[in-house]
Design a binder for this molecule. Structure first.
Ligand code: ADP
Ligand code: MG
Length: 732
């Protein structure tokens, strides 16, 4: 029996003994478990002295330094809390450039003066760590001989506990820096960008006479898409195991064309999985809210309630890890790759983004008064202008080998970044630009004196599912983020470009006021030119329409289809400038990131190429040769029968000939890929190497795939060893 048949039998058996219906391991009242594994306010008030609790809360809210005494007090309290919950170890938890999270566990074990074992966790343990970090990607910032990097506690993201079968580990969210203070992770620039946005937005709020806000932060709600298949297949698909995507596989006759999966009834087995995931997330204080079947078969989505972008970033990492962990418990494999299966929809992460002040006012919420509306328009136009001037930065922030398969396919936002506003807002901006009055019903119109602005009705925004950056009533939805990516780069990029424009707006508004204009006029004179300038980025039509590509080109919008092409924009002068000015990156940090991303791209495609070659040579070719033998054998045995009419096997002979030609083709494509792969591997310059992987290896892999997928469709089912799409997507 082939591995594939074995997997199918295993699943059928599990289904027939009802072992696959799946019961959640535990069901609980959300209110009882929510946040129980977080060192939250409730835990702090129990385990910290009152003064320490208050001081820490203040620092989290307003910023400030944590002194040694406070660090000691918090360390002691959090240790007692963790031990009371069964923890034995602690770790600094950080997000290096791998895009994953990293942890290095230390036990609380220490010895007192008399040599007796005690549990100890000091203020220094809490505040700073020194992982020997030479093996993390640094893009040349830290050579291995000067391997020191350090982690520093980020008190703005809550400390939490990860439970495992071995007990529990106390996790301290940290940033990760080189010895010289350069960022080696995804969180440091995010935190810096939040600071830059806060400063810039507060400046604007002050102009609008808001004096109570002390901070502005970006809010993010990332909707996470993913696939689940039975583990039995996963183990028998080296490509899924090593690269996260099926490098081969003919389309299933039934795919997503019936549109019967989206929002369909969730199978019991999946529901049990989702229930367990949610229980884990609730304990971690992660507000998982929505779960549903997605468009593709075996594809699902989890959406949390939005949070401060720093916490949302940590939580999204934890969501991805929890999905993976719980999938294993349910004998399922999580596929979080952007495009695990060619031919059906890929997975993204709709990154809902807005800004909120410390009084919980959403700055992208249309107002109720003309004054509020003008403020809303200022933030709205700043965002649009930022996206217009730096759409290449946003595109580069989500560039990856995986996401390349998704962007530009007719299911996901294209590689061209555009902004959708909805008819009403779009018309308002057009009319402002043309100095026309916006015509709406009396109820909606409020005379501003300069121009008529209607009260913008949240529910009036229509939906455009094809837009990469869509306004959805009181937030923007950046839809191009890939499902496996950290959301940090997307958000620090948005924060930085918006902060940049807000600062420019403030400069102009302040200068206008100095010239004697009143606030309304000073603001209008500032945003009108920006509305005009950024007009090319606004697109209300269908982003999947090929005509859009031509139109976008006419408008001068960038359309970078591949990662190596798009990444170049990271180091463009105009883009480096804004990151440096906002204090988000130094020039060296940007350049190191550029190198890391290029290297990651090349390494990933390299693994794919090697895996494709291995599968083709050791799994596909042998199956094909077997079937060729079967075809030849059947002709031979038929013609050896006495009296058999030779002409009766004519069609079989041509079948054999055609099939043998495909085997020739298979061998030729294997050789071609092998050759291009050897060439690409030996290119030394990182930029040139990424180009070689992109321009030579990717097409060679696709050519090989086309032959293999054809063979799958004409080879005896019995001989085919790789689990097929139709099974993986429908039988679980
Ligand atoms: P839909 O887009 O389907 O109408 P919602 O509006 O409820 O759904 O929100 C989708 C996602 O956007 C959710 O994760 C939600 O928490 C998030 N979201 C809602 N408001 C904001 C906001 N102000 N900032 C960031 N994300 C938000
Ligand atoms: Mg969605």
């Amino acid at each position: 029996m082939s591995g594939r048949e074995f997997a199918i039998r295993e699943i059928i058996e599990k289904n027939s003994c009802n072992c696959n219906t799946g019961k959640p391991l535990a069901t609980a009242n959300i209110a009882d478990i929510y946040g129980t594994n977080v060192f939250n306010d409730a835990a702090m008030s129990k385990f910290l002295p009152y003064s320490a609790h208050k001081k820490l809360k203040n620092i989290v809210k307003l910023g400030g330094k944590i002194d040694d005494l406070l660090a000691e007090e918090v360390a002691h309290g959090v240790k007692e809390w963790a031990i009371s919950k069964g923890a034995t170890h602690f770790t600094h938890w950080f997000q290096p450039m791998t895009g994953l999270t990293a942890e290095k566990h230390d036990s609380f074990l220490s010895f007192d003066k008399s040599g007796m074992p005690i549990n100890r966790f000091s203020g220094k343990n809490l505040s700073q760590g020194e992982p020997d970090a030479s093996s993390f990607p640094s893009g040349g910032i830290r050579a291995t001989f000067e391997a020191r990097g350090y982690t520093a506690w980020d008190p703005t993201s809550p400390i939490f506990l990860i439970e495992n079968t071995a007990g529990a580990t106390l996790c301290i969210p940290t940033i990760f820096l080189s010895y010289t203070g350069e960022a080696l992770d995804k969180k440091t620039p995010l935190l810096r960008s939040i600071g830059a946005l806060s400063k810039a937005a507060l400046r604007v709020l002050k102009l609008f006479n808001n004096t109570s806000a002390v901070k502005v932060y970006s809010t993010v709600g990332p909707e996470q898409e993913y696939f689940l298949i039975d583990r039995a297949y996963y183990y028998r698909r080296p490509d899924l195991l090593l690269t996260g995507r099926a490098l081969f596989g003919a389309p299933s006759p039934k795919g997503q064309q019936m549109e019967d999966h989206y929002f369909g009834t969730i199978r019991e087995r999946i529901l049990a999985f989702m229930q367990d995931v949610e229980n884990e997330l609730y304990k971690l204080g992660i507000p998982a809210k929505t779960r549903h079947n997605e468009v593709a078969p075996a594809q699902f989505e989890l959406a949390p309630i939005f949070e401060d972008s720093n916490i949302a970033t940590d939580h999204n990492q934890l969501i991805m890890e929890t999905l993976k962990k719980i999938a294993a418990r349910h004998d399922l494999a999580l596929l979080i790759h952007e495009k695990p299966f060619a031919g059906v929809n890929g997975s993204g992460k709709h990154n809902n983004w807005s800004m909120s002040d410390s009084d919980d006012n959403n700055l992208l919420e249309p107002g109720k008064t003309p004054h509020e509306n003008l403020q809303f328009l200022t933030f709205l136009v700043a965002t649009i202008t930022g996206v217009y001037r730096y759409s290449d930065v946003l595109r580069a922030s989500i560039a990856s080998a995986g996401n390349d398969h998704r962007l530009g396919a007719n299911e996901a936002p294209p590689a061209i970044i555009s902004v959708f506003l909805g008819e009403q807002l779009n018309q308002i901006l057009d009319n402002l630009e043309n100095n026309k009055k916006t015509e709406y019903s009396d109820k909606q119109i409020i005379d501003l004196g300069i121009s008529n602005l209607p009260v913008i009705n949240k529910d009036a925004t229509d939906r455009n599912r094809t837009s990469p950056f869509a306004f959805t009533g009181n937030k923007f939805e950046f839809r191009a983020v890939g499902s496996s990516q950290s959301i940090a780069p997307a958000n620090y990029s948005i924060n930085t470009v918006v902060a940049t424009i807000l600062n420019q707006f403030s400069d102009t508004i302040e200068a206008n006021i100095k010239k004697g204009m009143d606030l309304n006029k000073a603001v209008m004179e500032t945003i009108l030119p920006a509305i005009k300038e950024s007009k090319p980025i606004r697109f209300e039509g269908n982003n999947y329409d090929p005509a859009w590509e031509k139109e976008a080109e006419k408008r001068g919008l960038p359309n970078k289809k591949t990662t190596p092409d798009s990444l170049k924009d990271l180091v463009a002068k105009k883009n480096e400038e804004i990151f440096v000015k906002a204090g988000v990156f130094s020039k060296r940090e940007i350049e190191s990131r550029y190198h890391i991303y290029l290297e990651q791209y090349s390494k990933l495609v390299n693994i794919e190429a090697e895996t494709a070659l291995t599968i083709a040579k050791t799994m596909i070719l042998p199956s094909a040769l077997k079937y060729q033998g079967f075809l030849a054998g059947s002709i031979q045995s038929a013609t050896s029968v006495e009296g058999f009419e030779k002409g009766a096997v004519k069609s079989q002979v041509s079948m054999l000939n055609a099939y043998s030609k495909s085997i020739e083709e298979l061998n030729a494509k294997i050789q071609k890929l092998e050759k291009t792969w050897e060439e690409a591997k030996s290119v030394e310059n990182v930029e040139k190497q990424a180009d070689a992987y992109c321009k030579n290896i990717m097409p060679a892999m696709l050519e090989l795939r086309n032959v293999v997928d054809y063979l799958e469709q004409v080879t005896s089912d019995e001989y085919w060893v790789l689990p097929k799409y139709r099974e993986m997507l429908f039988l679980y």
